[in-house]
Ligand binder design. Structure first.
Ligand code: AMP
Length: 492
């Protein structure tokens, strides 16, 4: 998963892009980068591996002069990890285009081939974002316009939509011209636009999440629509156009479960309210399935499950307690070579408050179970702390299939629920019982926030991918994900 931002202002934007990237840090901690364009049409940039606060020092910030620019935080999904994958990525022709991408293209290998053989473009990494950048650059170059208008740019986006498959929310900087944002036909990954009144013109922000707008004085204008492109030229004029032949809004439901900040609204749906409703629905399921439950206390696994857990406790009329304290300053867990290491690291990130567990029947609540490593370890810790019984509730349904749209998930066969029943997963993680949210309930909790959305991207629960996917791509992704050494959980 990644976070992207673009700002067009009357004055230098680097400070605001930095602040925005800090607020998007949860979407990626592997690398960060920024490109700004100054009044002479010169690009100033900085990108590197690591947290935002480590990548940008004062000396870098001083050089990042320019009144429009884009930024990116990266969590590796496709291609791999390393400096060469840090974004924004750049091609010098036409005009000089920098691009920041959130999502994953599912046909990037075929496109890379086409780019090389038909269009004589060299792709230097395995990154689908590099392919996307070159496709867009090629389509824009084909317009053969030395001074492109918004219409030329939108035409290139239309052509890009026709060629690219998968998920892509994109913000690009076209040197000397402005910033561009667009979302794939299904609007799988989020993208919003905000506005602020300047002294002589309007200023704009485009970003993965709108939570960062208000703190910087922007008001949300709207979400970018599926297939739509928005362009803010150098003078601060905003243009927008639908560039897809077949737009259909089907946003990723996992943004609401885990990824996005609770203070964000995606496609007009409050993430916070969705999570509260997830808690209520879980409480309803517990009441229906286990009417005589003996839960003494509800304990969230911080942070992403706290909103759902609190509402669940209220609806069950059971006390809500903090049983784990997160060590916030532990920072990144460096490359961990094997599963054993991953297991140990849960204890480094979460400290247990024994007194909330001793002699009690506890219901632990998490947003989701992926490999099962975190839940197994946490249940072990709860039992060591003297819990009598440990029950477990997941605000998301069982995750059974790998993700193709930009979420960092292990291969299908590494997902604990891929070939197990709920009872078998409970046994595997050591829970006395386990309850998952049903998919129907999850969809209800989110869709009630915007009833005009008829469908969500839910493939990690169903295995039904909403874009064309070749069996060979699935197999290739499966094997590249298997045995990878990267971290899955930010708790693990
Ligand atoms: P696991 O130990 O693999 O079952 O991880 C489950 C935990 O990972 C849950 O607590 C989630 O909050 C968190 N999680 C879910 N999806 C992701 C993801 N794509 N990247 C990092 N953490 C995740």
């Amino acid at each position: 998963m990644c976070g992207i931002v673009g700002i067009s202002s009357e004055t230098d934007v680097a400070g605001e892009i930095y602040d925005s990237l800090l607020m998007l840090q949860h979407r990626g901690q592997d690398a960060a980068g920024m490109v700004v364009c100054d009044s002479n049409g010169k690009l100033n940039s900085r990108k590197s591996m690591g947290y935002v606060r480590d990548v940008f020092q004062q000396s870098h910030m001083n050089k990042l002069v320019g009144s429009y620019g884009i930024g990116h935080v990266r969590y590796p999904t496709a291609g791999g990890a390393g400096k060469e994958f840090a974004q924004p990525m750049y091609v010098n022709s036409p005009y000089g285009i920098s691009l920041a991408h959130n999502g994953n293209l599912t046909n990037h290998k075929a496109l890379a081939n086409e780019l090389f053989h038909a269009e004589m473009r060299h792709i230097n990494t395995d990154s689908d974002s590099e392919v996307l950048l070159n496709i867009f650059a090629h389509e824009l170059a084909k317009q053969r316009e030395i001074y492109p208008t918004a219409q030329h740019i939108f035409k290139a986006v239309s052509k890009t939509h026709r060629r690219c498959e998968g998920a892509y929310a994109v913000i690009a900087l076209i040197t000397g011209h402005g910033i561009l944002g667009f979302r794939d036909n299904n609007a799988i990954r989020p993208l919003s636009i905000g506005i602020r009144e300047g002294k002589t013109r309007n200023e704009y922000i485009i970003a993965s999440e709108d939570a960062l707008f208000t703190s910087q004085g922007y008001t949300k204008l709207r979400d970018v629509e599926p297939g739509e492109a928005v362009f803010i030229d150098q003078k601060g004029e905003l243009f927008s156009q639908q560039c897809s032949d077949n737009p259909l809004k089907r946003p990723c439901i996992f943004e609401f479960v885990y990824f996005s900040r609770p203070d964000s609204k995606i496609d007009e749906i409050s993430v916070y309210k969705s999570r509260m409703r997830m808690g209520s629905k879980l409480a309803d399921s517990i009441k229906a399935q286990i009417p005589n439950h003996d839960i003494d206390v509800v304990i969230p696994i911080p942070d992403s499950s706290t909103t759902a857990a609190l509402q669940l406790a209220v609806d069950l009329d059971v006390p809500y307690r903090e049983g784990f304290v997160k060590n916030r300053y532990i920072g990144r867990t460096f490359i961990m070579p094997n599963q054993e290491e991953r297991k140990k690291s849960v204890r480094r990130k979460l400290n247990i408050l024994d007194l909330e567990f001793y002699g009690k029947n506890v219901l632990l609540v998490d947003d989701s179970i992926v490999r099962g490593t975190t839940s197994r370890k946490i249940i072990e810790m709860a039992k060591e702390a003297g819990a009598n019984k440990v029950y477990f509730a997941s605000a998301a349904p069982a995750i059974k299939y790998q993700n193709l749209y930009g979420i960092d998930m292990p291969a299908t066969d590494e997902l604990v629920a891929s070939n197990k029943t709920t009872e078998e997963v409970a046994l595997e993680i050591g829970a006395d019982w386990l309850i998952y949210q049903t998919l129907e309930d999850l969809i209800d909790t989110v869709s009630v926030g915007n009833t005009s959305i008829e469908e969500f991207e839910t493939s990690i629960f169903t295995g039904k991918y909403i874009t064309p996917v070749s069996p060979s791509y699935l197999e290739q992704l499966q094997s590249s994900r298997r045995n990878e050494t990267k971290i899955v959980s930010n708790k693990a």
